[in-house]
Design a protein around this ligand. Sequence first.
Ligand SMILES: Cc1cc2nc3c(=O)[nH]c(=O)nc-3n(C[C@H](O)[C@H](O)[C@H](O)COP(=O)(O)OP(=O)(O)OC[C@H]3O[C@@H](n4cnc5c(N)ncnc54)[C@H](O)[C@@H]3O)c2cc1C
Length: 431
Amino acid sequence: MSNSIITKLKSLVGDVHVIDNPAEMSNFLKGNGKPLAVVFPGNTAEVSGIMKFANEVDLKVSVAGALVDTEALDGGIALVMSRMNKVLEIDHENLVVVVEPGLLHKDLMAKVSEAGLNFPPEPYDVNTGSIGGCFAIGDSDSKSYQYGPTRTYLLGFEMVLPTGEILNIGNKCIKNVSGYDFIHFAVGSKGVFGIFTKLLVKLLPPAAAKKAVVANFESIHQAAGTFATFLKRNIHPTRLNLLSAPIAKEISDSQGHLALVDLEGFVESSKNMANEIAAVFTLAGGTNVKIIDDAQEYENLWKGWLALRAKLNNSEVLDFSVGPMKMPQALKSLEGVIGDLGSFSGILVEGLVGGVRLVLPNLTERDLEVLATKVNNVAMSFGGGVNGLLGHQLRCQSANDSDMWEETTGLLAEIRRQFDPKGVLNPGVKL
Ligand SMILES: Cc1cc2nc3c(=O)[nH]c(=O)nc-3n(C[C@H](O)[C@H](O)[C@H](O)COP(=O)(O)OP(=O)(O)OC[C@H]3O[C@@H](n4cnc5c(N)ncnc54)[C@H](O)[C@@H]3O)c2cc1C
């Protein structure tokens, strides 16, 4: 059977685009599952052919930009989208780029900036992330307050459904939804509703000026307190972030917790804002307060921030969020419950979106559950919660409402079944 599957896959995409040698395959796989082959489709028709075949013979298929998760993929196939990596069109008049999903975020950024345009969303791994993966995860990041979350950049797409049919939806216009917003249903679905094969992505003009302001603080609370001051005074930067001392030292020589502010905007307004921010930092006890005007120093600062954020993504972490104005009180309350935040192995705050990432020490599963519940309760008392479905589960638990949790997961499973009746696509992804 496995030989006939490989033969068929080779007939669909060409012999050289199917690998079944385990040593070679391991370059494109993560996890312990044992798929039969890694397949590199080159166009939409090939992706569609593969999914139709998968349905005929009940073959599991998992997809990724470059590195496929093999959970629940024993005997199935891994689909790597890296050959579908073209920029198909840059439309300056409509400020839209049309791309294939395997294009890397960094390559899109290079093309877009060459064209004098801007694509603000910053995935956790800006060096290895693909645009298909970016929209299939569709998270918010620290720039989302100013520029909007990732999903707002998706104007339309072509998608191969799990059954192999091809869905085309959306167009280049911003006003292209009336009624139910079907375009964004797939963002964040982690590829379980279908495989993106083409994406229409909104672009922006670039900022006229970019500046940063940095400062060190002895206490996390001092730094977070300034964030609320900015918002009260109607100072809304692009990013308003904080790194606790143990991780700040990875990107800066200075001592203490590091506050980093990004200002992308107009020349005069960003100059004025930078001066105000520096003054607020100084008044609040900040040291080494510095306005960064130099383009190279600015780039290096945010490159360092992004590299550190990507690195932390591979550690054990717990994410929660609260409204940005509530951040100082929420951090104080959290300290009352989980202990001195300064001694934590790492805390990363994305102030404007109210996001906090706690880098955890090695914990048993039980200790992690206890911690997550405590953190969620604190965050809930400030109107937020632990992020994602884990947060929803914890909220259901704290309200003693297990029916709500079962209904949510049941609904998601039902929607998934409608798209993928045979359960062939991305079997390892739990929504
Ligand atoms: C603004 C922003 C913030 C983010 N924040 C976080 C965060 O807080 N934590 C975090 O873990 N990640 C975050 N991410 C996502 C993370 O950076 C992504 O993993 C990355 O963007 C995806 O790149 P990848 O190609 O490596 O994805 P992959 O690992 O290849 O795929 C990620 C998921 O997308 C699916 N997928 C990949 N390609 C396709 C396709 N063509 N069609 C359909 N589905 C596909 C995969 O099956 C998988 O489920 C963020 C992304 C953005 C844009």
